[in-house]
Design a protein around this ligand. Structure first.
Ligand code: OSB
Ligand code: MG
Length: 368
């Protein structure tokens, strides 16, 4: 497949409601959409680097720079036989996983379309429907939170995750469990705590949480092993895991019992699959995280989450939970039984709505 043309677009999409976490409040989401034209097909991908370096050091600006000056020059005009050839061409670039994943995902889509198979099939997916959950930001009151949860449960979501931060934690956990004693329920701290908060987590241990996501440092693996030792509840790592090597370290050190896989955080689907497969052999469940993606990134997430060891519901929600208008057609919907259909068409299996994409584009560059 000859890489004839690559287009990148910095996009900005308004969220239907603000998303508050221990990292701050987001009102809109800036990402980079990648379009690759090759041998008569068009592959689409999304880089989930955000406008701010609060979740990761990467931002849309750093990802743009890395794509424009290193990743795109390495592959443009080249004749590639598979995705791994592209990875080899830019393997000298260290870090910048979200920039890499944006390019890599567009390549996967293009290769799947050339083969005429769905991305799910191409990645080794085995499911036609995936179980989905929803990630709820910090709310202004317990009653506000309970109302939101009730709404999402009514829409079918199989699992509820709430964001926590110091001062917005135990009382919310208690309120949710009082109201909904039996739901699959987990919390995400986004690295807001330290080992000195161990008593708080010991208290949470009595509330039958499915997992506690990334309680400690955003690069930490060691302190999490000390915390996990003291808890019955599974710790799940998100921010700390950038590769198969990180995953191996975390599992060998017993720093967590569950892994959150986000392709953007680990450089793409190739590394995601390695992590998935390794966790499967170690009997460690994985689930698919989210970065408030548009339909382009979401399509990739759904395809990846159709692999067999994604045994817990993902942070993969309906388009309308994030955006008034998505940039793909059809938009992603959640079935009443809390599942989402895995697209069956070639590649990502949804069409990009180029008019909607144009409306959210703030900057564009073309390479050929
Ligand atoms: O920590 O999982 C996270 C969104 C942006 C950055 C980090 C995270 C999140 C979410 C949203 O929790 C998940 C989603 O896309 O629904
Ligand atoms: Mg998280």
């Amino acid at each position: 497949m000859r890489i004839e043309r690559i287009e990148i677009r910095h996009t900005k999409m308004d969220l239907v409601s603000p998303f508050t976490t221990s990292m701050g409040t987001e009102y809109d989401e800036e990402h980079i959409m990648v379009r690759i034209d090759a041998d008569g097909v068009t592959g689409w991908g999304e880089s989930v680097a955000e406008g701010t370096p609060f979740y990761s050091y990467e931002t849309v600006t750093t990802a743009w720079h890395i794509m424009q000056d290193f990743l795109i020059p390495a592959i443009i005009g080249k004749d590639l036989k598979d995705v791994s050839e592209a990875l080899a061409l830019y393997e000298k670039v260290r870090g910048h996983m979200m920039a890499k994943a944006g390019i890599e995902s567009a390549l996967w889509d293009a290769f799947a379309k050339i083969k005429g198979v769905s991305l799910s099939k191409m990645l080794g997916g085995t499911r036609e429907k995936i179980d989905v959950g929803v990630s709820i930001g910090i709310q202004s009151s317990e009653s506000e939170l309970l109302k939101k949860i009730e709404g999402y449960l009514g829409e079918g979501y199989k699992r509820i995750k709430i964001k926590i931060s110091p001062g917005h934690d135990m009382q919310y956990v208690k309120a949710v469990r009082r109201e909904f004693p039996d739901i699959l329920f987990q919390v995400d701290a986004n690295s807001a705590y330290t080992l000195s908060d161990i008593d708080l987590f010991k208290m949470m241990d009595d509330f039958n949480l499915l997992l506690i996501e990334q309680p400690l440092g955003y690069e930490d693996i060691y302190d999490h092993s000390k915390l996990q030792r003291e808890l019955k509840t599974a710790i799940c790592l998100d921010e700390s895991i950038h590769s198969l090597d990180d995953t191996r370290a975390a599992i060998e050190l017993n720093s967590c019992k569950i892994i959150n896989i986000k392709p953007g955080r680990v450089g793409g689907f190739t590394e995601s699959k390695l992590i998935h497969d390794f966790c499967q052999t170690m009997n460690v469940p994985v689930w698919h995280g989210g970065m408030l993606e548009s339909g382009i990134g979401r399509a990739g997430n759904v395809a990846l989450a159709s692999l067999p060891n994604f045994t817990l519901p993902g942070d993969i929600s309906a388009s309308k939970r994030y955006y008034k208008e998505d940039i793909v057609d059809p938009e992603f919907v959640v079935n009443q039984d809390g599942t989402m259909d895995v697209p069956k068409g070639p590649g990502i299996g949804v069409n990009v709505n180029e008019k909607a994409l144009e409306k959210v584009t703030v900057k564009k560059a073309v390479f050929s």
